[in-house]
Design a protein around this ligand. Structure first.
Ligand code: SF4
Ligand code: SF4
Length: 282
């Protein structure tokens, strides 16, 4: 793809999506809300994601080289302006933020893929076709959230020595060396429940399917659902926080805790975070 084509495609892509009422008549638009006030940083979601999506544990040495494979990571912050030396981590005051692919509506990763291995689905997912990926890693370079992970090794041969391969989820491919991967919103679960609902001649009901991370969270900090269904919990939370998918700046006051990360980049993420409420006097 030439640079001219790239810029042309990107411009037209950005002007097309998202747009007002894009999902008004759609059956599905998958989205998430993460309440940072409820998140305790326990990492149950991360562990569940490893188990559900056949993620390899890479070990300390490869992690230090930047070869981590965690589709969902817990970021830790210590409050604005607080400088904390690594050997003096305070006992309290940490804030946690689960970070995974934000399933952007105008995803910067999609337009730079030279083979169309990452693209958008009709139900609002940023998908990754492993068999098509040639490992250029342009998508990872262009993702502002740094949530794409490249397979530097053939983990399938070593990460699950016998009999651990029996724990692999048969609904999820074990990726091979040289391909890019990332959070899929547990697409295998979504497709299964959508197929069941279609067989029954109906739509997926709210709460009928959820992601592994949302299911594992002990404080219910993660809400997942269908934004195209106005009665879903996720749609109600978006509406209560006045988040509009096609808007890149939310109206905020002390009662509205909702925001999307890097909204000013106009990537229009499908993940909304609810700000942590801190009692600084306590
Ligand atoms: S968060 Fe990154 S990988 Fe996910 S859709 Fe957005 S740009 Fe692509
Ligand atoms: S939605 Fe699924 S794939 Fe994405 S972080 Fe949660 S458990 Fe992992």
């Amino acid at each position: 793809m030439s640079l001219n084509n790239l810029i042309k495609n990107w411009t037209s892509f950005r002007s097309r999506r998202p747009y007002l009422d894009q999902y008004k008549n759609a059956d599905y638009k998958w989205a998430m809300v993460i309440d940072l006030d409820a998140c305790t940083g326990c990492n149950a979601c991360t562990t569940a994601c490893y188990a559900e999506n056949n993620l390899p544990v890479v070990g300390k040495e490869r992690y230090e080289k930047g070869h981590a494979m965690h589709w969902l990571r817990i970021e830790r912050y210590w409050g604005e302006g607080e400088s904390v030396p690594v050997d003096m981590v305070p006992d309290r005051g940490a804030q946690f933020l689960p970070m995974m692919c934000q399933q952007c509506e105008a995803a910067p990763c999609e337009v730079v893929c030279p083979v169309g291995a990452t693209h958008h689905s009709a139900d609002g997912l940023n998908t990754q076709v492993y068999n098509r990926c040639v490992g250029s890693r342009y998508c990872s370079a262009n993702c502002p959230y740094k949530v794409r992970y490249f397979n530097w090794w053939q983990y399938a041969d070593t990460a699950w020595p016998n009999p651990l391969e029996l724990q692999l989820n048969p609904d999820v491919s074990v990726r091979s060396k040289g391909v890019m991967e990332k959070c899929t919103f547990c697409v295998q679960r979504l497709r299964e429940s959508m197929d069941h609902a279609k067989t029954d001649g109906r739509l997926v009901r709210d709460g009928e399917v959820t992601t592994a991370c949302a299911q594992a969270c002990p404080t219910s900090a993660i809400t997942f659902g269908n934004l195209a269904n106005p009665q879903s919990q996720v749609a109600k939370k978006w509406k209560n926080q006045q988040i509009a998918l096609e808007k890149d700046e939310q109206k905020k006051d002390e009662n509205l805790r909702g925001y999307r990360i890097f909204e000013e980049f106009r990537t229009y993420p499908s993940v909304v975070y609810l700000e942590r409420v801190r009692d600084l006097e306590a």
